[in-house]
Write a protein that binds this ligand. Structure first.
Ligand code: ASP
Length: 296
């Protein structure tokens, strides 16, 4: 069976390369996700994921992550978790070792401590300075908590291994300057991620508040189940949700989905022009694919 790994945004490229090497050597889809997510989470230049993630409105770094195994349909997720630099790894432990699928806040932190992970300071000096600056701006403009969030991105990953097993997952610090306790789509099954070995998998990135209104990842997978190609499924899922939200007369948030079927054919769609993703397959070296807007 041919393997494949796709991951959101250009910053995932180095991790995609590492995951591709592992898949080539025969590792499982979940292991490929672990390698890729760990690489992005540890990168101090990526300020939307893991260590150096941008803080919430109170200056705290709260992280969300999730993993789903397409063979067993098991999933694990952590949300609004503080103090641990490798949330994806902890989500995998939730998937494998905890009765609940999703742990949040202090519950996720206690679970991580029980599993032996070390607490880490996630707020870098430069992010703290930037946070103070933005906080002053918000306070002087009298803008309420969480009403102005600046910038966001997620590493979302779908992999297919040589055994034909698939996995999908995400890791993010969510919206910069978000309200404390705000959780986006990324750790929510069906919204930020979904995978089923029988069909394929999908992950989303963009404004979580809008993505979850359409369960974007689940919708893309279900369209593939009905027989649509990955490209048609991604485009239809994004455009349907965009059009539905547009009817409400408010600006629609940026959103993008990447998906792959169980044969490793992959595609993406976005309602804005700045999205790109990394992809590697048994036949093709890791490369960046830019995506033209399909609507919006
Ligand atoms: N979907 C993420 C969230 O809303 C952010 C992103 O992917 O840009 O938290």
């Amino acid at each position: 069976m041919d393997w494949m790994v796709i991951s959101t945004w250009v910053f995932s490229f180095p991790g995609n390369r590492l995951a591709a090497q592992k898949l080539k050597a025969g590792c499982s889809a979940v292991e490929a996700l672990q390698v890729l997510a760990a690489s992005v989470e540890a990168d101090p230049d990526v300020d939307n994921v893991g260590y150096a993630g941008f803080p919430n409105c109170e200056g705290e770094v709260e992280l969300d992550a999730a993993c789903m195994d397409g063979k067993t349909m098991k999933l694990g997720a952590v949300a609004a978790m503080k103090g641990y630099a490798n949330p994806f790894e902890i989500a995998v432990r939730v998937m494998r070792e905890s009765p609940p699928n999703l742990l949040m806040g202090i519950g996720a932190e206690e679970f991580a401590a029980r599993m032996g992970y070390a607490e880490t300071e996630l707020l870098t000096e430069s992010n703290q300075k930037e946070w103070m600056h933005r906080r002053q701006e918000l306070d002087s403009a009298n803008i309420r908590q969480g009403e102005a969030a600046f910038g966001h991105d997620t590493v979302g990953i779908v992999a297919l291994d040589v055994n034909g097993d698939m996995a999908a997952g995400t890791s993010t610090s969510g919206l910069a300057m978000k309200m404390r306790g705000r959780v986006g789509d990324s750790p929510l099954a069906g919204s930020g991620f979904y995978v089923d070995n029988d069909v394929g998998g999908a992950v989303a990135t963009g404004l979580g508040e809008d993505i979850m209104k359409g369960c974007l990842s689940f919708h893309a997978v279900e369209l593939m189940r009905q027989g649509l190609s990955p490209q048609d499924a991604a485009t239809s899922a994004v455009c349907r949700l965009h059009a539905r939200l547009e009817r409400m007369g408010k600006p629609v948030g940026n959103m993008a989905v990447i998906c792959a079927d169980r044969f490793g054919c992959h595609a993406a769609a976005a309602n804005h022009g700045s999205f790109a993703y990394a992809a590697a397959t048994a036949g093709l070296e890791p490369a960046i694919h830019t995506v033209d807007p399909c609507c919006g």
